[in-house]
Design a protein around this ligand. Structure first.
Ligand SMILES: Nc1ncnc2c1ncn2[C@@H]1O[C@H](COP(=O)(O)OP(=O)(O)OP(=O)(O)O)[C@@H](O)[C@H]1O
Ligand SMILES: [Mg+2]
Length: 216
């Protein structure tokens, strides 16, 4: 399965979510490739800051040729994650054309939810060529124990993609771990932060099951 983590809005959590999901899937035994499409190379920096080898493969490819190159690069992997680049729409388009599923991390603030229309439009454009393409929103940086604002729920509810039930909270541990080339899964496997990441994994696997059944 190929998953692009995309949002044109900078700082929505694409890199944080991609690295944590790539790690979580590799920890349960899947062979995982993470493709860094951000010219800033945040994921490559993460791998370089790491003490020892990354638990999954990381490559950089920041030109809009992903849709052509990915089938070859993905050989031998069970899951491929694409860490999207902010703003550059030709990279985002290329990533969308390369995958089966687009995950859109979004911070639960009005400014952030209004900005998702850009990536939603790009996904909708692509479904003309890829009718089986699916997408979902993932709330990231939720303030623990607060309800999502009415505005956030309303705006996201207007789009044709579901919002995952699993959500990622605002927790310093996510940022601290990435800075040292680690993840919460390894630094604090029993933490609430790790539970949140694993809940996202479960939901993606369930969605994949449903799609596969639908096709068979
Ligand atoms: N759940 C979280 N809790 C705390 N901090 C977070 C969380 N998610 C992201 N951050 C922090 O927010 C900032 C932006 O996150 P990140 O780099 O993952 O976003 P991005 O979408 O990849 O950004 P860019 O668009 O620049 O590539 C980082 O400093 C990161 O550590
Ligand atoms: Mg990033």
């Amino acid at each position: 399965m190929k998953i692009a983590v995309l949002n044109q809005k900078g700082g929505s959590g694409k890199t944080t979510v991609s690295i944590h999901l790539a790690h979580a899937f590799s920890m349960i035994g899947y062979r995982v490739l993470l493709v860094d499409t951000d010219p800033q190379g945040s994921t490559r920096d993460w791998a370089a800051a790491r003490n020892g080898e990354a638990p999954f493969s990381v490559i950089g490819l920041d030109r809009p040729i992903l849709h052509k190159e990915l089938p070859k690069l993905a050989q031998g992997y069970d899951f491929v994650f694409i860490d999207g680049a902010p703003r550059v729409s030709d990279l985002t388009r290329s990533a969308i054309m390369a995958v089966d599923f687009v995950l859109v991390p979004v911070q639960p603030s009005p400014l952030d939810v209004w900005a998702v229309h850009e990536v939603v439009e790009l996904v909708q454009e692509a479904t003309i060529y890829k009718p089986d393409l699916t997408a979902a929103f993932l709330i990231n940086r939720k303030i623990a124990n607060t309800a999502l604002g009415r505005e956030v729920t309303e705006v996201l509810g207007e789009y044709p993609f579901p919002v995952l039930k699993a959500q990622i909270s605002q927790r310093v541990a996510f940022a601290e771990c990435l800075n040292i080339g680690s993840t919460v899964l390894e630094a604090a496997p029993k933490s609430a932060a790790s539970d949140e990441v694993r809940a996202v994994v479960e939901e993606i696997l369930e969605a994949r099951e449903e799609t596969n059944h639908g096709r068979s």
